[in-house]
Design a protein around this ligand. Structure first.
Ligand code: FMN
Ligand code: SF4
Ligand code: SF4
Length: 265
């Protein structure tokens, strides 16, 4: 039965996960959520996967908007992989709830731990640590594929109860502020006006003015701009100057640019 994997990514972890899962499953193809129609997304696939990063202990704006527009076939097996850095918290419960409100069922939900891309809290982990995480993630993806092939139902994975209560509260408080969080970005003197930040932004939130990026306050906080700037010229608040940038080593800039909204390419 054909599988469609809808994915969203800022630094490639979720794209790598989607690619690996597709090769484990066979007969699967990938669709960036950023290229789905603006209106209702009808899908007649027998199996639908949603693969995305956890943002502030919940669903990113883009993913929530996509799920609210998704209309799977009645008989479709729907699953999700919430890619995170160790704190999935109640993200998959939130997804289950949103789908339920729309009359759909989340048949299984998996948490996958990968390196953190949240640079304000720390730079890229050491390469050995990254390799360990990729190895563990690869093994878990093979297990996830086994569950999906059998169309087994599995309760969504979640964090400890206190995380789910406390961090879901933080999520609800932060969610409306996300579009304006780009006020903390700036480009420093290393910027050479190459325009990659403008091209890679999935929200078309960056425009170059006099060859320097200006953020337009409709940010999704994917962090693609800061992590992919080849000059490391973008900073966020205080302290990112000295922090190592993170991108999944198997995902290239061209892969990321192929995911941005088509009208932006
Ligand atoms: C704005 C933001 C918030 C994040 N919040 C969380 C979080 O609540 N829990 C967590 O485990 N990781 C969190 N992360 C880390 C990412 O979920 C993680 O690095 C993920 O693998 C990135 O996937 P991507 O490369 O596909 O974007 C956050 C990252 C960003 C950019
Ligand atoms: S990607 Fe970096 S160097 Fe290129 S325009 Fe943007 S900030 Fe400047
Ligand atoms: S401005 Fe940067 S962090 Fe915000 S959506 Fe665009 S690429 Fe992502």
């Amino acid at each position: 039965m054909h599988t469609v994997l809808y994915f969203y990514t800022g630094t490639g972890n979720s794209l790598w996960t989607a690619k690996k899962l597709a090769s484990e499953l066979g007969d699967a193809h990938l669709v960036p959520m950023t290229q789905a129609d603006d209106g209702i997304v009808h899908s007649d696939a027998g199996c639908i996967g949603l693969i995305f990063p956890v943002h502030i202990w919940g669903l990113p704006h883009r993913v929530l908007g996509f799920v609210e527009r998704l209309e799977p076939a009645d008989s479709a097996y729907c699953f999700a992989v919430a890619v995170n850095a160790g704190q999935v918290a109640a993200t998959l419960l939130q997804l289950e709830e949103v789908m339920k409100e729309k009359g759909h069922t989340l048949s299984s939900g998996f948490s996958l731990c990968m390196p953190s891309n949240y640079i304000p809290w720390g730079g890229a982990p050491p390469v050995e640590k990254q390799e360990t995480l990729f190895g563990e993630a690869g093994r878990k993806i093979a297990d996830i594929a086994g569950v999906i092939k059998k169309r087994s139902r599995q309760a969504p994975e979640k964090g400890p109860w206190w995380q789910n209560v406390l961090f879901s509260w933080f999520y609800r408080m932060s969610f409306p502020r996300v579009p304006g969080m780009d006020k903390s970005f700036r480009a420093d003197a290393k910027c050479n006006g190459c325009g990659i930040c403008e091209k890679i932004c999935p929200a078309r939130n960056i425009s170059l003015e006099e060859s320097r990026p200006v953020w337009q306050h409709r940010c999704e906080q994917c962090l693609a701009c800061i992590q992919w700037c080849p000059q490391e010229a973008i900073q966020f608040g205080k302290g990112t100057e000295t922090k190592k940038r993170y991108r999944h080593p198997d995902i290239k800039l061209a892969d990321m640019l192929a995911c941005v909204p088509r009208e932006h390419q």
